[in-house]
Design a protein around this ligand. Structure first.
Ligand SMILES: NC(=O)c1ccc[n+]([C@@H]2O[C@H](COP(=O)([O-])OP(=O)(O)OC[C@H]3O[C@@H](n4cnc5c(N)ncnc54)[C@H](O)[C@@H]3O)[C@@H](O)[C@H]2O)c1
Length: 439
């Protein structure tokens, strides 16, 4: 048994291990590239044929993933893509990076993990390590994934088959902390699983943080994201309270942030966005509900954060009101549709809620986003306006939802008739000008 572990360990150490990454999205593609750059032979598997074709043509379709790196790795055949799950039969190591969204009822949707585990189960074999990277509630790896993978196979976890959880911590758009230098938390079903999975990632990443169980690793990710969600909820409520008292919340935050210890800066905004912060904590509260416990911080922060788009629309309405313009039939330009600056991701973006609410109130809404040419959601079908400054000049109010760094905020301020700035993108520009309202 020890030999089996050692033979896998040896393939990992000399990087002759064959690696399969399941799911080639925002998490899977960067991971596949990093593992291939470390010297592993990597095959990415994704049912999305378009991604498979693009990758095999050497084209990166994720902004953060270097175009040249993908080209080189695919040309040298160190990185390949397919929709055929049978490649797992030849794999020594498998990373699972499939989506973990919420259902319409706001409960966890584990169907992608179930589907992928059923797709690879026939190809699972001895002497391999499987790592789940998708964010999920504690217990998923042991209770859901493990039985599906080893059932009806003569495998013993920790002896001839190794399973671990390792949360992805990628922050899209960020250049200082990447997949390679962000510490990687790894927790296995058994100590041997932790050891093998840690060794697997150690070849490609700078700093591995081994923890004792899959549950600790799963909960670590949820603590990180719940921490952000709750603190954003706190600072959003702080913005609402400051507004009631006529205090500039942005000035308060900057002053508080001068404290060199015991304070971490969070900023208010029009609501949470992205695939992680608005969703992951709800995996935790859902799990706790099944244990008759209410995750109160999560519930409260969620309530405050989901109310922010409506709060922003209220501020727009007040700003227009002071200019004798009703919101109904007013012309509004929303700046930025992405959920955060300088990326092209609209998943859960508060811009969608703000646009929807403005439309429901009868406003004529247009938007501009340099990264998102089209919005094609259930209720919102819009194209980004072609001439930004012409649009800024022509509308009744410009609403800044995403503070993309390429916008010329001085010019926007000068040309606009009225600005509602939900991100303090203007900073000190127009601070005392009544045509500018801040969150
Ligand atoms: N995006 C982030 O910033 C981020 C950060 C940390 C963690 N995560 C977590 O990582 C996981 C993946 O997120 P993502 O942002 O990469 O999602 P994504 O939607 O960008 O990518 C998921 C990919 O999985 C593919 N897929 C769907 N079903 C599949 C299957 N059965 N087999 C193989 N592939 C399948 C999809 O086609 C897609 O390409 C989620 O659990 C997410 O919460 C995301």
């Amino acid at each position: 048994m020890v030999n089996k572990k050692n033979s896998l360990q040896k393939k990992i150490n000399d990087r002759s291990a064959k690696v399969v990454v399941l799911g080639l999205g925002y998490v899977g593609l960067p991971l596949a590239v990093v593992l291939a750059e470390a010297g592993y032979q990597v095959t990415g598997v994704d049912p999305d044929q378009e991604k498979v074709t693009l990758l095999n043509q050497g084209i990166s379709y994720i902004d953060d993933v270097d175009i040249e790196a993908v080209k080189l790795l695919t040309e040298s055949k160190n990185l390949l893509a397919t929709s055929d799950f049978s490649v797992v039969a030849e794999a020594d190591a498998v990373s699972i990076c499939v989506p973990t969204p919420l259902r319409k009822t706001r409960d966890p949707d584990l169907s992608y993990i179930v589907d992928v585990s059923e797709a690879i189960a026939p190809f699972i074999h001895p002497h391999m390590v499987v790592v789940l990277e998708s964010t999920t509630y504690p217990g998923t790896t042991r209770e859901l994934l493990l039985p599906k993978l080893i059932e009806a196979r003569n495998l013993t976890v920790g002896e001839n088959f190794f399973l671990a959880f390792s949360p992805e911590r990628v922050d899209p758009g960020r250049e200082d902390w990447t997949t390679v230098n962000t510490p990687k938390v790894v927790g296995g079903i058994t100590p041997a699983c932790t050891e093998i999975a840690s060794a697997f990632y150690e070849q490609a990443m700078e700093n591995i943080v081994s923890v004792s169980t899959t549950e600790v690793a799963e909960m670590t990710k949820l603590l990180e994201n719940t921490y952000r969600m709750v603190n954003i909820g706190l600072v959003n409520e702080m913005a609402i309270m400051c507004d009631r008292m006529g205090i500039d919340v942005w000035e308060v935050i900057e002053a508080a942030a001068t404290k060199p210890f015991g304070f971490m800066k969070f900023t208010p905004g029009p609501g949470l966005g992205g695939h992680c912060i608005p969703i992951d904590p709800l995996y935790l509260s859902w799990k706790l509900r099944s244990l008759n416990y209410t995750a109160r911080f999560i519930d409260l922060a969620s309530e405050i954060n989901t109310g922010m788009p409506r709060y922003v629309v209220g501020k727009v309405q007040n700003a227009l009101n002071s200019r004798q313009i009703p919101l109904k039939n007013s012309r509004i330009l929303v700046l930025g549709a992405a959920y955060k600056p300088d990326i092209n991701d609209v998943r859960e973006s508060p811009a969608l809620d703000v646009i929807g609410l403005l439309q429901q109130n009868g406003a004529e809404v247009t938007y501009h986003d340099p990264y998102i040419p089209q919005l094609s959601q259930e209720n919102i079908k819009l194209s980004s306006v072609p001439d930004l400054m012409a649009a800024v000049e022509s509308v009744d109010c410009v609403v800044i939802i995403t503070n993309h760094s390429e916008y010329d905020y001085q010019q926007i301020y000068e040309k606009a008739n009225c600005v509602m700035d939900a991100r303090n993108a203007l900073g000190s520009i127009g601070r005392d000008d009544p045509k500018v309202t801040r969150l």
